[in-house]
Ligand binder design. Structure first.
Ligand code: UD1
Ligand code: UDP
Length: 372
């Protein structure tokens, strides 16, 4: 079997890196497709160097746009490439627009899809990622899940067990494989980081695209920064929004997005992380760093029940008390089941060993609309 592996945006690169290596180790051929959803050196190129990912076989160069424009551009670029690629299956990761776009193309071409990080659900369909997750899972033959709760979500949607494979968390594979290299970087010296600091990332449209929410949240972060200086590598979506607000934010260092190794070092050294990122919720759990998630829901509840994460919503008044409580928290590093550094090997074993189960085989509807 030859697999097309798709990556498009920052959080995809640390997922495909160990998987490409593991697929190669079991003798499966791969072609790496970069959709170009993220394209800045700081959001894309440097991750290839940091993570040792080979150059992509193709870059579709889709760039930014509305959801429809971006999703459509990926589809238009991917369809002819897949048709002529000789690939027998497509692997997509995560929940970005590139994920659903390539799944949909493959499904229509009758090329089976493997979804890595399947089954996560926030329960909030106003998140574009939630729509991407649900649709990608519906189209996929292999649903490769990071944790048991993800499999439970899929079962609750009527997806049969023959399509669900609990493999663990490949992002943790990357973290554990690279932690020593990350700790050896000089990012703390380069940034003249204070001895104790908090780390911030924010990029969800639900927060950053609403100035009436973002402004008060930044002001609340500035209050936290009176006690604990904050480093804030700013996602490009967020940069323009912060500039437009024109706020004075003493104590908050706004910096460019960092590379994978440098950002891992920053997380490992932080007293506290404040974020709305999906991946950062997981990485802080494994690093044992308290994490406050500025969202109302999470698709990664295991980082709360078995990790260091706490959901605090977007109420600015909640931020400082939560930060004080988190600083007193002594929960150590946690490793949920199968977040053990070997998830990619399990992915490769599934792909090498299993013929593609058919999507929809279990969930069949009678003419009357009842589930059989
Ligand atoms: C996307 C994903 C989100 C993921 C995030 C990770 C979707 C729907 N969203 O959100 O799930 O958490 O990536 O970072 O797929 N931009 C640049 N340079 C780049 C890329 C983007 O300047 O290299 C700017 C552009 O102004 C662009 C904006 O960032 O319009 C948003 O980029 P986009 O890929 O549409 O969504 P993200 O917010 O990055
Ligand atoms: N990350 C990074 N540099 C940064 C911010 C984040 O390398 O400046 C990494 C982070 O360690 C994690 C991934 O990017 O591995 C998370 O991506 P992001 O927050 O963009 O997306 P999400 O996980 O929310 O979809």
């Amino acid at each position: 079997m030859r697999l097309a592996v798709v990556a498009g945006a920052r959080p995809n690169f640390m997922k495909v890196a160990p998987v490409l290596r593991a697929l190669d180790a079991v003798g499966l051929g791969t072609r790496l497709v970069h959709t170009g959803q993220h394209y800045d050196e700081r959001m894309s190129g440097r991750f290839f160097a940091d993570l040792g990912i080979p150059a992509p076989d193709v870059n579709l160069g889709v760039g930014s746009g509305t959801h429809a424009q971006q999703t459509a551009a990926v589809m238009v670029g991917f369809e002819p490439w897949l048709t002529s690629s000789g690939c027998d299956a497509v692997m997509v990761v995560g929940d970005v627009n590139s994920t659903i776009a390539c799944s949909l193309v493959a499904a229509k071409l009758h090329v089976p899809v493997a979804h890595l990080e399947a089954g996560l659900r926030s329960g909030d369909r106003s998140m574009p990622e939630e729509v991407n997750r649900i649709l990608t899972d519906a189209l996929s033959s292999w649903l490769l899940t990071p944790s048991r709760d993800a499999g439970d979500n899929l079962a609750a949607e009527g997806i049969g067990p023959e399509r669900i494979f609990l493999v663990g968390n490949v992002m943790v594979d990357s973290l554990l494989a690279n932690l020593d290299r990350a700790l050896a970087t000089d990012v703390l010296e380069r940034l003249h980081a204070p001895g104790e600091y908090g780390l911030v990332t924010l990029h969800r449209p639900a927060l950053v695209d609403h100035p009436e929410r973002l402004g008060p949240v930044l002001a609340a972060l500035a209050r936290v920064a009176r006690e604990l200086p904050l480093l804030f590598p700013v996602h490009p979506r967020t940069r323009a929004r912060i500039d437009a607000l024109g706020l004075e934010l003493p104590g908050i260092r706004l910096i460019e997005p960092e590379g994978y190794l440098a950002f891992l070092r920053l997380q490992a050294g932080a007293r506290l992380v404040l974020t709305d990122s999906g991946g950062v919720q997981e990485e802080t759990t494994v690093l044992g760093v308290p994490c406050l998630t500025l969202r109302d829901t999470t698709e990664r509840p295991i980082t709360i029940t078995e990790g260091t994460n706490r959901l605090i919503g977007m109420d600015p008044a909640a931020i400082q008390p939560a930060a004080e409580a988190a600083l007193a928290d002594r929960t150590g590093a946690r490793r949920p089941h199968l977040w053990d550094g070997h998830a990619a090997e399990r992915v490769a074993a599934v792909m090498a060993g299993e013929p593609a189960p058919q999507p929809g085989r279990t969930l069949s509807l009678t003419a009357g609309g009842e589930r059989r």
